[in-house]
Ligand binder design. Structure first.
Ligand SMILES: [Zn+2]
Length: 462
């Protein structure tokens, strides 16, 4: 599913980072003033200390750029964030992985664009052209081949004689689509297990997905139906692309369709049957909370909220979204692929050594985080890395998830330095101010250099 992005403005200069919540409220500017009065002398304190055991960097320090990075801090009483390293990437905790539940992926996916009566011909033509061009592009194998997905082809556009309903639900879509395919309706393809039905709804149709509304809570989703015994009970994948305005992100009507279309296609190919036989459907256990913050744990979701994930692919000719690559993430490169050419990737990774328990709803889940009782302060290490030399130090900030969702922050943050570069270690003091029902709070570490911005997610348990 494609969660609705929320433009987060105000706190982060030039930020285009977005979070996966339905709210579009702008966070209160007063949050800017919540820097704690925690003493910076706390850097050796409780949490972070055990972390700094990697002694590898010391031998490889560079001299020139570092002085500007930590200027004012080399004197004596200032923070000790170490020296930059020219060994790339510097050591940091492992990135999350999208993991399979064991279901199949599509080895020869074929997408069939379906439109309703009365939709604009220009949109039908361009969307069909997009579906035809995405398969043969370099984007497709870069995005999904590591998961075992094969070449993507597309069928001709099919425009139905029926008008789309003003409002429908996913249950109704499933029943309607199953009837069409089970009855061999000639407006639809003869399905097989590689079939992806791409239902592109026109403006004016509101879709309800288990109580969530299209364009308010989500921009699109994929799912599957199971055909009847006469059709071998096969599962068939389908996409639902509602017509949502994404003008706030600078996208026009067509961009919004192809951007969401690429996201759902990449997910449908790697997790074609989420209802009956899920495959690459979620994040590894230690990082499971990433999917709560990002609105989903499939490969599309893991990048959908990242700045710069959507771009106009020159080969395809349309806007697409980069999905998550476990391979690139494990190699400390930009996990959203294909990465922009010539880009140096950087990020700042919290060292989370505590096992914390996420509560709520009678379930409990153990993940790696930092345990801090409400009202107490603990300091953790933030390990900075890049996959090559950056053009100087990057700025590092922390924000809690509530804040991204437009609410009041419940975590207070204080860094010992405003930023740094590969090999340097910042120290972040965190104070949880208010408990919630999950007894945990997620936070984002945001790294910014020029117009590039990357995020990492951490979690506090209390
Ligand atoms: Zn998704």
């Amino acid at each position: 599913m494609r969660a609705l992005p929320v433009l987060f403005t105000g706190l982060i200069a030039a930020s285009v980072f977005t979070a996966a919540c339905g709210s579009v409220d702008t966070p209160s500017a007063s949050t800017q003033g919540t820097t704690t009065t925690t003493t910076s002398g706390g850097v050796g304190g409780a949490g972070g200390s055990g972390a700094a055991t990697s002694s590898t960097d010391a031998a490889t320090t560079t001299t020139d750029a570092s002085s500007s990075a930590s200027s004012g801090s080399t004197g004596g009483g200032g923070p000790d964030i170490g020296q930059p390293s020219n060994v790339y990437p510097a050591k940091h905790a492992a990135a999350p992985k999208v993991v399979t539940a064991g279901g199949p992926v599509l080895t020869a996916p074929k997408v069939w664009p379906i439109f309703f009566q009365g939709d604009k011909q220009t949109i039908i033509d361009a969307t069909t052209d997009f579906f035809a061009k995405i398969g043969p592009s370099a984007y497709w194998p870069a995005a999904v081949s590591e998961y075992g997905v094969g070449a993507l082809s597309s069928g001709p556009a099919k425009q139905l004689t029926e008008v789309a309903p003003a409002a429908t639900t996913d249950d109704e879509i499933q029943a309607w689509l199953a009837a069409k395919l089970n009855n061999g309706d000639p407006a639809f393809p003869v399905p097989d297990s590689n079939t992806i039905i791409a239902l592109t709804y026109p403006l004016g149709t509101s879709i309800d997905l288990q109580g969530s509304k299209s364009c308010q809570a989500f921009l699109g989703y994929h799912s599957n139906i199971t055909l009847n015994a006469a059709h071998g009970n096969i599962d068939v994948s389908y996409l639902v692309i509602p017509r949502c305005s994404m003008q706030s992100t600078g996208m026009n009507e067509l961009d919004a369709i192809t951007d969401t279309g690429s996201h759902e296609l990449a997910e449908a190919a790697t997790d074609p049957y989420p209802q009956t036989n899920p495959a690459y459907a979620q994040v590894d256990n230690n990082h499971i909370y990433w999917l709560f913050a990002l609105g989903g744990g499939e490969n599309g979701d893991m990048c959908a909220q990242s700045a710069g994930a959507s771009y106009k692919d020159p080969q395809i000719g349309y806007v697409v979204q980069r999905p998550w690559s476990n391979k690139a993430a494990a190699a400390s490169h930009d996990p959203c692929v294909p990465a922009p050419a010539g880009q140096v990737y950087f990020n700042s990774v919290p060292l989370l050594n505590d096992t914390i328990t996420l509560g709520g709803g009678g379930q409990s889940l153990k993940v790696k985080g930092v345990q801090i009782p409400i009202g107490s302060t603990k300091t953790i290490e933030i390990d900075l890395f890049s996959d090559a030399a950056t053009n100087g130090p990057w700025q590092v900030e922390a924000h809690d998830l509530n804040e991204f969702m437009g609410g009041q922050p419940t975590l207070q943050f204080a860094f010992d330095a405003p930023g740094g570069q590969n090999g340097q270690k910042l120290h972040l003091s965190i104070t949880p101010t208010k408990a919630n029902q999950y007894k945990s709070e997620e936070f984002f570490i945001i790294s910014t250099l020029g117009n590039q911005q990357n995020a990492w997610i951490g979690i506090v348990g209390n």
